[in-house]
Design a protein around this ligand. Structure first.
Ligand code: MRU
Length: 346
C-alpha cells in the first residue's frame, strides 16, 4: 500500500523477514529513497518523532502497525500503545488508530488484521476524497497548497493532493503552486517530489510569496489537509495554513480542507482545545547544519496552527463535501458523534 509512483511508502513485513514495519524515510527525500525497517516500537516511535513517517492518515496507519508489532513480538502491548499514541500530539489519527488496534488485540480480534483494515480504509478514503474534492475545482484552476498531503502522507493518493491529481486527470489543473513549508520544507522536499512524479504543472515558492500571488489574482483555489478538525470546524494543519486562510478570505478565494473522517475529532470541542506540537529550536535556527541565528537565540517553533471554521469554505471527507455556508458545528442536526469514531485516549 501507499505506492507513490512505484515507491513503497509504508508496508508490513511478515515473518521470517519480519515482523517489522518498512517505511520510506521521508527525511531523506527528495535526494534518496531509503527504506527504514522498524523492528520494534521504540524504533517506530523515534521514526515518527523525527518525521521519517508523517502526515495525519499515515501516522494513523503507522501507529496501528506499531501496536501489531508489539503484539507480534510479545512486548507489553498497552505500554507500547501508550508510547505510540503520545509520539506526536496533534494528528488525532495517531492516537485513534493506536487505540483501535489495541482494542482489537485486547478483545482477541487480532491486532494485525485491524491495522490492515485501517490502512485499507485510508487508501479507499483517499480515492473518494479525490472524487468529491474535484467537484469544487473550476476549469483551468490555479491551485495553491501547503505542506505535503499526497501518498507520502496518507496511504492512498492523499488528501488535498489527491484532489489536485484528480483535477489534473480531469484536465482542469492549470497550475499548482507549492508552498515550500518552512521550517522542515515538506512542500519543497515532498510535494514537489510527488508533483513531479505525477507530471503536474507546478512551481515552488517561498511561503512568504503567497500573499503577492493572491494580490496578483494568480490563485483560484487553496486546498490543504488537516491534522485534526475540531467539533466547531476549526482545523489544525501545518503551521502557515492559518495565514493562507486569512489571505484567501481577504481575496475572495475558496479555502478547502480535505481530510478523512479519521481526522475529524468531535471529542475536541474547539480549536483552542487542539494540542499543538512544539518542536526543537534547531529546526528553525539551523539550516543544513549551519547556525542561522546567534547561539542561544530563543525560538518559537509550533508544528501546526489552527484555522477557525469561518475561514474554511468547505471540508471534503470521503463521505462528501460540507460547505461552510450550509453547515454549523460538525455536530449540527443530521450529523452526530456516531458519524465519526471518538477521540479515545490511550
Ligand atoms: O508535521 P507533518 O509533516 O506530519 O505535518 C503534516 C501536515 O500538516 C499535513 O498537512 C496533514 O497531516 C494532512 S496530510 C494528509
Amino acid at each position: 500500500m501507499g505506492q507513490n509512483g512505484g515507491v513503497d511508502v509504508l508496508r508490513w513485513i511478515e515473518p521470517p523477514a519480519g515482523p517489522a514495519v518498512a517505511l520510506l524515510d521521508q527525511t531523506r527525500l527528495p535526494d534518496e529513497e531509503v527504506t527504514l525497517v522498524c523492528r520494534d516500537v521504540p524504533g517506530l516511535v523515534a521514526a515518527i518523532q523525527r518525521l521519517a513517517v508523517r502526515g495525519a492518515p499515515l501516522l494513523g496507519i503507522a501507529g496501528g502497525y506499531g501496536v501489531a508489532l508489539a503484539a507480534a513480538g510479545g512486548a507489553d502491548v498497552a505500554a507500547a500503545a501508550h508510547d505510540l499514541a503520545h509520539a506526536r500530539p496533534t494528528a488525532v489519527n495517531l492516537g485513534r488508530a493506536v487505540h483501535r488496534v489495541l482494542s482489537a488485540h485486547t478483545e482477541g480480534r487480532g491486532a494485525l488484521a485491524e491495522a490492515h483494515a485501517i490502512a485499507e480504509e485510508e487508501v479507499a478514503a483517499s480515492a473518494r476524497m479525490g472524487e468529491h474534492g474535484l467537484t469544487l475545482v473550476p476549469e483551468d484552476a490555479r491551485i495553491l497548497t501547503h505542506c505535503n498531503t499526497g501518498a507520502l502522507a496518507a496511504g492512498g493518493e492523499g488528501t488535498a493532493l489527491a484532489v489536485v491529481v484528480a483535477a489534473h486527470r480531469a484536465g482542469r489543473l492549470k497550475h499548482l503552486w507549492v508552498n515550500e513549508t518552512r521550517p522542515l520544507l515538506q512542500g519543497a522536499r515532498l510535494t514537489a517530489y510527488e508533483a513531479q512524479r505525477h507530471g503536474l504543472p507546478y512551481a515552488l515558492l517561498p511561503d512568504v510569496a503567497a500573499g503577492g500571488l493572491f494580490a496578483a489574482g494568480e490563485i483560484d483555489l487553496v486546498v490543504v489537509g488537516a491534522d485534526r478538525i475540531a467539533r466547531d470546524r476549526s482545523v489544525a494543519n501545518k503551521v502557515g495554513t492559518y495565514p493562507l486562510a486569512v489571505l484567501a478570505h481577504h481575496h475572495g478565494v475558496p479555502f478547502v480542507v480535505v481530510a478523512p473522517t479519521s481526522t475529524v475529532d468531535l471529542g475536541t470541542r474547539t480549536g483552542d482545545d487542539i494540542p499543538i506540537e512544539q518542536r526543537a529550536a534547531a529546526e528553525v535556527s539551523v539550516i543544513a547544519g549551519r547556525p542561522m541565528a546567534p547561539p542561544g537565540t530563543p525560538v518559537y517553533n509550533p508544528a501546526f496552527d489552527v484555522t477557525p471554521g469561518h475561514l474554511v469554505t468547505a471540508i471534503v471527507t470521503e463521505q462528501g463535501v460540507m460547505m461552510q455556508a450550509n453547515e454549523g458545528s460538525l455536530a449540527s442536526p443530521g450529523r452526530t458523534a456516531s458519524d465519526y469514531t471518538g477521540n479515545e485516549g490511550t
